[in-house]
Design a protein around this ligand. Structure first.
Ligand code: DLZ
Ligand code: SF4
Length: 509
């Protein structure tokens, strides 16, 4: 006899999950399901689908070994219905129960689907985070601006990480200013730990290859960790070899080096294989032992207990319509180069190519190359959002949408960012070695050879002068424009219009 069903989703692969904690091993049945709908509502990268399906299969085995009964649907099971709710209904009917315990999904779409299901579904809070949604809302209540820095300080105090009594370790809360060094190509630099697919993963790879052949992204070589113990080993490897330089080179981009000093742990964290407090405790211990500098430890801890928790709070606070916001009224279609189409822009080509290969690009590639270009070109933020959600292995909507809609595209009108993250080619030239091998000249400000970022940067600012002209943090750039020769300004805008026309005509930029 089964009393209740316990839903475990593909990004809820944690033994301490609230739904499992609330359930009973002897009378409840865990339901896990590989379903086409979750793989195709956006065309997820094949590596991402393989990660999730293989990690689900391994997790189901671990649950069985721990004494749970698990009803597991494989993508190619003949009776499979193709959706999460369909699978719950099928299991409910087979076992004569309509009671379901779930942990709240990380996406409004699925929360609504569970609410609408003709079953008695209890959605429990997802407590695998440092800050509950209630605590976030209490922090946000009555504040005019929800800035990361203040939230982050609260999290530092709450966790005690990098605190010396009431003071931040080293005397400063934030060492971001030290974290902007460019990096050189270095063949001896360590890279993330890679894993050889076991027989479960090998079977999943064949399945993904057969079912999602049309999706953007290369499935093989597949090297991700798919179990918690592997993810922990991968994290240890990062902490030992790459963390010491993580701070200094956090924003650096190096052609052909897909990871530089990044940990590439977000995909494991976001599906539940790693625990945020565990990994931060390890980072803090490395700093206490004198093996990593404070700017590295602080930078890492800030991303995990600060930024990651903060964006989750915003996503759930802002509600289901957040992903369709478009404060700047941008309407342009996402250019084909985002899907691997030809481009003469080396920075974009590098970021897209590695995304295709790895289902990964680091934050500055996402923010200052692809995101910056989409924003400057006025691409419809919903299309930009769908792209990021699809192509990155770590992209679950609660974390991806605030980063894209808010931080990168300014489509939420300034809830997350106090000004748009835009830059000319200069920033990319400073932080990368991309420009040397580019068909465009980053120094040229006008003409056919001019870096498109240089042209579109001004076009964007002038297009949106009504909105940003009075922003005190943007005053200096508008004053620079106003001091420039009128003829030069007209040429910049004419050349920018030519780039946009080329994009609209489906031409190569
Ligand atoms: C992303 C994803 C994919 C590709 N496939 C599945 C799946 O087959 N079964 C499943 O339970 N979950 C999958 N997921 C993760 C869900 O889409 C995720 O739980 C929601 O986006 C909410 O965070
Ligand atoms: Fe990118 Fe411009 Fe540099 Fe080319 S010149 S790599 S387009 S920033």
């Amino acid at each position: 006899m089964v009393r209740r069903l316990v839903l475990v989703l593909g990004d809820q692969l944690s033994h301490g999950l609230s739904a499992l904690n609330a359930a009973n091993k002897s009378s409840d049945l865990v339901v896990m399901a590989e379903v086409m709908e979750e793989g195709t509502y956006v065309p997820h990268h094949p590596k991402k689908i393989a990660l999730i399906l293989s990690a689900m299969r391994h997790f189901a085995e671990e649950l069985r070994a721990a004494g749970w009964q698990v009803a597991y649907t494989r993508l190619d099971d003949r009776e499979a219905t193709g959706s999460i709710v369909g699978e719950l209904m099928r299991r409910a009917e087979a076992h004569g129960t309509s009671d379901v315990i779930a942990t709240q999904p990380g996406e409004w779409r699925l929360i609504a689907a569970l609410d609408a299901a003709p079953l008695r579904v209890t959605q429990l809070p997802d407590d695998r985070f440092v800050c509950s949604l209630d605590a976030f809302n209490a922090w946000a209540e009555g504040r005019k601006e929800l800035r990361l820095e203040y939230f982050y300080r609260e999290m530092r105090r709450r966790t005690g990480f990098l605190m010396e009594g009431a003071r931040p370790a080293g005397g400063k809360w934030n060492y971001d200013h030290d974290n902007r060094k460019p990096a050189r190509a270095d063949l001896l630099r360590a890279s993330p730990m890679r894993f050889v697919p076991d027989s479960i993963t090998a079977e999943v790879l064949d399945l993904v290859e057969a079912r999602f052949a049309g999706h953007f992204g290369r499935l093989r070589p597949f090297w991700f960790a798919v179990r918690a113990d592997e993810a922990r080993r991968a994290f240890d490897h990062f902490a030992t070899h790459l963390l010491p330089g993580f701070g200094d080179f956090q924003d650096a981009m190096v052609a052909g080096d897909h990871f530089v000093h990044h940990s590439v742990m977000s995909m494991y964290l976001n599906i539940g294989l790693l625990d945020p407090l565990d990994i931060c405790a390890r980072v803090v211990a490395e700093w206490q032992a004198g093996r990593v500098p404070i700017n590295a430890a602080e930078g890492y801890v800030r991303q995990v207990i600060g930024w990651r928790e903060y964006v989750r709070g915003i996503y759930f606070r802002e509600g289901p319509d957040y992903v369709r916001r478009n404060a700047l009224g941008h309407r342009r279609a996402l250019p084909a180069m985002f899907w691997g189409g030809d481009t003469r822009m080396n920075c974009v080509a590098q970021a897209v190519e590695q995304t295709q290969q790895e289902a990964y690009a680091h934050h500055i590639q996402r923010l200052m190359v692809t995101g910056n270009f989409a924003l400057l070109a006025g691409v419809d933020p919903a299309q930009v959002h769908d792209w990021y959600l699809a192509v990155y292995a770590d992209a679950v909507e609660w974390v991806e949408a605030p980063n894209v809609i808010g931080m990168s595209q300014f489509a939420d009108g300034g809830i997350i960012a106090s000004k748009p993250y835009v830059s000319s080619g200069n920033y990319i030239a400073k932080m990368s070695d991309y420009c040397a091998a580019c068909a465009y000249s980053v120094k040229a400000r006008t003409g056919r050879d001019a870096c498109p970022f240089n042209l579109l940067y001004w076009d964007f600012l002038i297009r949106h002068r009504d909105r940003f002209g009075r922003n005190p943090r943007m005053g200096p750039v508008y004053r620079t424009w106003d001091r420039m020769d009128e003829g030069h300004c007209a040429t910049v805008l004419r050349d920018a219009a030519r780039v946009l026309e080329t994009l609209d005509a489906g031409g190569v930029v």
